[in-house]
Design a protein around this ligand. Sequence first.
Ligand SMILES: [Zn+2]
Length: 246
Amino acid sequence: MGFSAHAPVPFENKWSIAPSDLEKYFFEIEQLKKEFIKEITILLALEIDYIPGITAEFSSYKNSNLDYIIGSIHFVKNKVNNGLWFIDGPIEGYIKGIEEIFNNDIQLAVGNYYQQISEMAKIQKPDIIGHIDKVKMNNKGRFFSEEEKWYEKLIDKTLRDIKDCGCIIEINTRGIYRKKCNSLFPSLSIIEKIHFLDIPIIVSSDAHQPEELINEFDATYRTLKEIGIRKTKIFENKRWISKEIE
Ligand SMILES: [Zn+2]
């Protein structure tokens, strides 16, 4: 079981760990590792935001004894006007960002999102790419369809970049059980491409509460097997190994 709190970001927000609490977090998880050593393997991780020129280098955590890093994008930067589009909050902010930061150009906005994912994979090299198509969550068919050619092209390019970087892609069930969207992160069509490209995956509930820990896991593993994915990555004895899906 991995703990992956949100790493600090250098601005006010409600969800990430305050920089002053980071050491406390590391200490607490290390204590839990020892306390439950006979019962369960506990892993220390962080979900780190990548915002070019704003967030800390992922390598700045290398002395923190982290077992792994999940790299995620919640804020999309428009490098031309330096605006930040928050894709994970209430719908009003999502729409406002498209209008004000990307001048109502949805292809530019979504293009910037995926470009930022590729850049994160290449430069920051996280172990895992978190909720890779989170940008669809607030879309709900309003601004684009995932079947449009330009969108599919973006996905193809992003997946090739991730494949080159050797990152694992997270199959994240949170959108479904929180009823924020009706598909996994990523969507089935993307999981099929991931399978075709033979990119390693890991299933995560992105739980924020204990009772969410394995939500939608059975259905998700079934779906993966139907697509033809037979293996998942697990972290054992300080390294990633492939494990057959039961
Ligand atoms: Zn996240």
